[in-house]
Design a protein around this ligand. Sequence first.
Ligand code: A3P
Length: 308
Amino acid sequence: PQPNPLTPLGSEYQFSKQFLPTRFKKYMEQIENFQVRPDDVWSVTFAKAGSTWSQEMIWLLNNNLNFEKAKKRSLQDRFPYLEFDACAELMNSKLLKKAKHMPSPRHLKSHLSAGLLPKQVWTVKPKIIYVARGVKDLAISYYHHYVHMQGYKGTMEDFLEAFLEDKIFLAPYHGHVKDFHFLRNEENVLFITYEEMKTDLMAVIKKTATFLGKCYSDEDLKKLEEHLTFDAMKNNKKVNFSKYLGYIKMYTRVTRAFSKNANGKESWSFMRKGKIGSYKEEMPPEMIERFDNWTTEFNRKNGTFIPL
Ligand code: A3P
C-alpha cells in the first residue's frame, strides 16, 4: 500500500491491501498507469454494495437526465468496469483499452481498493463516488453472486466463513470501506451508503447532483427517482445484466445461473431482493452475531461507521 497522497503533511495512513486472483498481476501495471482525466467520474465500491444502482443514478445526473440515451446503451457500455478484463479473462473484453479512448466525460467503475486505483487518481483528483453497504446484506448478496455468476459450488456457510477471514475476491470489505471513509471529506470524494439510498433516495439523488455540480427541477428529479426504483431497474435490460448473463453462459460452464423455475423462466436476477435486512431470511443467528461482533470491533478500533 502507498501512503495516502491526498492528505496534507503526508499522513501515516496506509491503504488496505486487497485479495485478488494472481491473473490480475498481468493487468495491474496498466491499471496503475491508466491516464486519469479531471472530468472523469469514478464509481468505486466493493461488490454488491449497490454499484449498479448508484452508477445508473450518477450517469443520468451527469448526462442531463438523458433517459433516451440510457435506454439505448447498456450501463456496462456507458460506465465501463476498469478491471473487467482481469475479472473475466475468457471473455477477452479489452475494456481497459476501450476506457482509455472513451470521449470525455468518462464514467468508470472499479471495485479496486484505494491503494490499487490508478496513481493519477490521487493527483488529477477526478470525482469519486463511493457506496458502502451493511456487511451482512452485502455478504449474502455476494454469496448469491458467487453462486450464480461465478459458478461457486460450496455452501453458504463456507462462503460466510471465508468472508469473515477476508479470503473472498476483493477482500477485506472493512478495509475497502475504511479507506474511503478516511477520504470522505476530500473535495472530490462523495461517500454514501446503500442504506441511505434505500431510506431516502431523493436526498441521495440531490446530494449527488450537487456534488456533480448539476441542478435539475424537482419534477425531473422525480422522474429519475422512478427510473431508479428496484422494479424499474430489475426490468431494465440496459442495467440488469441480462445480456451479460448470456455471455457467461457462452464462455463458462456456470450452469446454476440458468436454473429454471416452474414457469421455465430464469430463476435468478441480478436485482435479487434489493432490501435492507434481507440477510435475516438466510443467515443463521450465530453467524449474525459473529458478523456483528466482527464489524463492531472493527468500527471501534478504526473510528469507522460501517453499517452492520
Ligand atoms: P441484493 O442481492 O441484496 O438484492 P451491485 O450492483 O454492487 O452488485 O449490487 C447489487 C445489489 O444491489 C443487489 O442486492 C441488488 O438487488 C441491489 N440493487 C440494485 N438495484 C437496486 C435498486 N434499484 N433498489 C434497491 N436495491 C438495488
